[in-house]
Ligand binder design. Structure first.
Ligand SMILES: Nc1ncnc2c1ncn2[C@@H]1O[C@H](COP(=O)(O)OP(=O)(O)O)[C@@H](O)[C@H]1O
Ligand SMILES: [Mg+2]
Length: 255
């Protein structure tokens, strides 16, 4: 891979004001192509705003976000977004929700959309649940459908804002393992926002720690743990050492 073809996400000197509030202050960061990066930090430090700027949902007040050298000025199918709430269409089945998302893909027949939807639902462990409606699925399963929907059109960048934040602890752990497996197999650039330090260390190649008022980057910690990663990693001293380092950085005072 040469520098010319590397499709990095570059956030360059981004400031975002909401009236008097400076949500982001002169933030610069790079997500390498196919890198898995988490962003952690106290509530209100600008994590969601940062994700919205990259998603093209909020224009920065100053600076820019770009993908592969092209400035991002709006949403696009090169980026998939998963939020805390699955936001599925209640009148469509799991399969229908994914197939619906694929209707924007030109040149796909309905049969091809359905085949593709089945394939991504199987990837997230939902084979056998294709015909269930959102109301018939648990919260974790609904988030699997939301993930499948985003994966269906093959985005280069997957942006996730506390996607497992509303799930119980056991389901969350299962989803962290699932996401890690999907990423280890298919690779794409991921930015995962989370308040769960364990989740950040377990899933990521690098963890970015933000500080509030105004939102800035305090530290970037490369996570040099072997892959594939399994749940038993969480009990190891190396894991614990990353955990305590990041915890201390989040709670440290001053800038
Ligand atoms: N649409 C908005 N209008 C006004 N203020 C906002 C808006 N979105 C976020 N903010 C403010 O920007 C700051 C950062 O918010 P946010 O990015 O949601 O933080 P986080 O996701 O880290 O909790 C907060 O002070 C929040 O109140
Ligand atoms: Mg947020």
């Amino acid at each position: 891979m040469t520098l010319l073809t590397a499709r990095k996400v570059e956030v360059a000197n981004v400031t975002k004001q909401f009236g008097e509030v400076t949500a982001l202050s002169d933030i610069s960061l790079t997500l390498g192509q196919n890198e898995f990066v988490s962003v952690v930090g106290a509530s209100g430090c600008g994590k969601s705003t940062l994700l919205s700027v990259i998603a093209g949902l909020e224009p920065p007040t100053a600076g820019s976000a770009s993908l592969g050298g092209h400035v991002l000025t709006g949403p696009g199918r090169d980026r998939g977004v998963v939020f805390q709430s699955a936001t599925l269409l209640p009148w469509l089945s799991a399969l229908g929700n994914v197939e619906f998302a694929l209707r924007g893909e030109e040149g796909l027949t309905k049969k091809q959309r359905i085949d593709r939807a089945r394939e991504v639902l199987a990837q997230v462990g939902l084979d056998g649940f294709e015909d269930k409606f959102p109301s018939q699925l648990s919260g974790g399963m609904q988030q699997r459908v939301a993930l499948a929907r985003s994966l269906s059109y093959g985005p280069e960048v997957l942006l996730m804002d506390e996607p497992f934040g509303a799930l119980d602890a056991l389901t969350r752990r299962t989803m962290q393992e699932l996401l890690t497996q999907v990423w280890e197999k298919h690779r794409m650039t991921v930015m995962l926002i989370t308040h769960d330090i364990e989740e950040a260390v377990f899933t990521s190649d690098r963890v970015i720690v933000m500080t509030p008022r105004p939102g800035r980057i305090r530290a970037e910690i490369p996570i040099e743990l072997d892959r594939p990663r399994h749940a038993d990693l969480i009990g190891t001293p190396a894991f614990h050492s990353y955990y305590t380092e990041i915890l201390a950085l989040i709670h440290e005072r001053g800038h």
